[in-house]
Design a protein. Structure first.
Length: 459
């Protein structure tokens, strides 16, 4: 008999969570302005808002915390982290930051000026926000196939090289500070980018004299998909693969709260010493000294250990299999999602579920609210709210995909929780024809509005 799959860890400590009544949830979501971000965590039963900083650290990570060196400058925790980053990514220079968007802030302060063009594969919200805040422009060059959620492709997060070359050809290189490669492609559904595609991007970048930046929050998950799906990589280790694809980049930004399985932390990796030196001033201004950058020594220790654990194949197999398990449950119920299942989340195709809700009433957000009301499960909208307004016309942007992302924290929930989530979604799916109205904006910020927006039911 073939042995069934089992997790690559055992549970040492647990945290209690409680269910609530529908009446309580109706009251709480109204008080939150129908924004799932505004809910207290105590009001949530299963929290799939994000996989960022929500993972469960290991015994070795907690032990590393106790050994943190809290020296202001030159702490041994910094050098422990430096060794881990160099071993896994190959980048010889780095700056620590307190999280990924801080890494973007430091790098882009040095790199971007008004009017610049940054092509990429579905820039995520903070990346696009930092670009547009600086009066620059993010141009999406993701393959068109990513917009078809039914289509099964092994590397649906790829950049369309023809689209990319069109951008590179039509703008002077001085206006393109870098190409942004997001691995895995979060906005497209946690979909991976192939090594072949990365090599193609690198080749174009060299031809046109443009640098390459990797948004690397889920780089280890991307490496897992390359190992398991791309010809010629099945016998290579995860670290062999990460070192290869990072060799094609000039910079990397990292939100360590994802694939390094820590609650806080980030960094920027540099290929070139001059680029590293240019960013040091901004790191000191915005984050802290260049050997701690907004993190305590204990945080850097936990991050260094987490990088090694996050690139372990057995761990990654466990992690990605759980995401796939939830996808298979949704298949049983006929619930549409971005196929194949991504690395860190299931992205439910809200347009295909709530066919009666107008796009102006934020379809994916409406589905997220319905799931919360049904069962206390919190997801996040990846749709028109996140797409924000056009920075010039101030009109709402309506992307091709309206997705409800169910981001699964690392080493936190069991497959029983996945069964619960799937059943809750089925209940919403079964009454989808009755859901005909969504929500309208009551109050919003001028940029990255989805975090704090206030909504009210459409009339």
């Amino acid at each position: 008999m073939e042995l069934p799959f089992a997790e690559s860890y055992k549970i040492k400590m647990v945290e209690s969570i409680r269910k609530s009544s529908r009446a309580e949830r109706e009251k709480w979501i109204k008080e939150a302005g129908y924004n799932l971000f505004n809910l207290k965590s105590d009001y949530v039963f299963i929290d799939l808002l994000t996989d960022s900083g929500t993972g469960a650290m290991s015994d070795k990570q907690w032990a590393a915390i106790m050994e943190g060196d809290e020296s202001y400058a030159g702490a041994r925790s910094f050098f422990r982290l430096k060794d881990a980053i160099t071993n896994i990514t190959g980048f010889p220079f780095f700056l620590p930051t307190h999280q990924g968007r801080a890494a973007e802030n430091v790098l882009f302060s040095s790199l971007i000026k008004a009017g610049d063009i940054l092509p990429g594969n579905s820039h995520f919200d903070t990346t696009k926000g930092h670009i547009e805040f600086r009066k620059a422009h993010a141009i999406d060059c993701t393959i068109s196939e990513s917009a078809d959620t039914n289509l099964e492709l092994p590397f649906k997060g790829n950049m369309d090289l023809n689209k990319l070359e069109d951008v590179l050809r039509s703008h002077p290189k001085e206006k393109i500070p870098c190409i942004v490669v997001t691995i895995t492609n979060n906005t497209a559904g946690g979909q991976p980018v192939s090594m072949e595609n990365i090599r193609g991007i690198s080749s174009l970048a060299k031809r046109y004299g443009v640098k390459v930046l990797f948004d690397s929050a889920r780089f280890a998950e991307n490496a897992y998909f390359i190992k398991t799906r791309e010809k010629g990589y099945s016998d290579k280790s995860i670290v062999d693969i990460t070192r290869e694809f990072f060799s094609y980049a000039d910079f990397m930004t990292m939100s360590s709260k994802k694939d390094a399985i820590v609650n806080i932390g980030g960094f920027i990796g540099f290929r070139n010493e001059e680029d590293w030196q240019k960013c040091q001033m901004y790191n000191i201004m915005f984050e802290g000294y260049i050997t701690y950058g907004g993190m305590a020594g204990r945080d850097m220790n936990a991050l260094a250990q987490g990088l090694y654990e996050g690139t372990d194949f057995n761990y990654l197999q466990t992690r990605i299999n759980q995401v796939a398990y939830l996808g298979k449950k949704l298949d049983e119920y006929g619930i549409p999602y971005q196929r194949p299942a991504g690395g860190h989340a299931i992205f439910v195709d809200a347009k295909k579920v709530l066919t009666n809700v107008p796009k102006e009433e934020f379809i994916a957000q409406t589905l997220g609210i319905e799931l919360y009301l049904e069962a206390g499960v919190r997801g996040v909208e990846i749709g028109a709210l996140l797409a924000d307004r056009d920075p010039e016309t101030r009109e709402n942007r309506y992307p091709a995909l309206e997705l409800l992302r169910l981001a699964i924290p690392r080493r936190v929930y069991t497959n029983n929780h996945m069964d619960y989530i799937a059943a809750a979604l089925k209940n919403v799916f079964d009454r989808r024809e009755q859901i005909t109205r969504g929500y309208v904006i009551k109050k919003e910020m001028p940029i990255m509005r989805h975090f704090t927006i206030l909504l009210e039911p459409a009339k």
